[in-house]
Ligand binder design. Structure first.
Ligand SMILES: [Cu+2]
Length: 167
């Protein structure tokens, strides 16, 4: 009985770490591989366009501009990854790194030395203050169930999510 429990437990742990290593969201792309550029505007609290049609394997350059009055994120992931990222963003708010309409970059640097997650350096995400522009090149190989979303506390909950249709 005990052996069976151990086997079940190890299968359980294995399937979890397997899922973690195999986040099927694609990869950061190279500038020379860009197939097309999509311009995205971030408003309070939605994206324009509201959805994206992307072919599997395409490399897209997203040119993102925050035209809202709040800080917003353009994060390419799946629902599970967004859920995991949200507590980090909340922690950035609690530490007064992430403010409603600005980011304390000095504090961010300082805090990131102690807690890496407070540096918000993710290859699949850009975090922009009002009027700021950023870009991200993403290769949609092996990508499934992608949603582009903003994990600034409260924004995901009010629907700051753009659907990605992959075919
Ligand atoms: Cu937002």
């Amino acid at each position: 009985m005990r052996t069976i429990n151990i086997i079940i437990l190890s299968l359980f742990i294995h399937s979890f770490s397997y899922a973690d290593k195999n986040m099927k969201i694609g990869h950061i792309g190279k500038p020379e591989d860009v197939d097309r550029t999509i311009v995205v505007k971030m408003y309070d609290n939605y994206y324009e366009p509201k959805s994206f049609n992307i072919k599997k394997g395409e490399t897209i350059k997203f040119e993102v501009e925050n035209v809202g009055e709040l800080v917003h994120e353009f994060n390419i992931a799946n629902a599970m990854m967004h859920k995991k990222h949200q507590p980090e963003m909340l922690k950035m708010v609690e530490n007064e790194i992430l403010l409603a309409d600005s980011i304390d970059k000095e504090k961010m640097k300082k805090m990131a030395k102690m807690d890496k997650s407070m540096g918000h350096s993710h290859s699949n995400s850009v975090l922009l203050i009002p009027s700021e522009k950023g870009s991200i090149i993403w290769k949609f190989d092996n990508a499934v169930n992608i949603e582009i979303a903003c994990n600034v506390p409260g924004h995901y909950d009010v629907g700051m999510i753009a659907k990605v249709n992959l075919d």
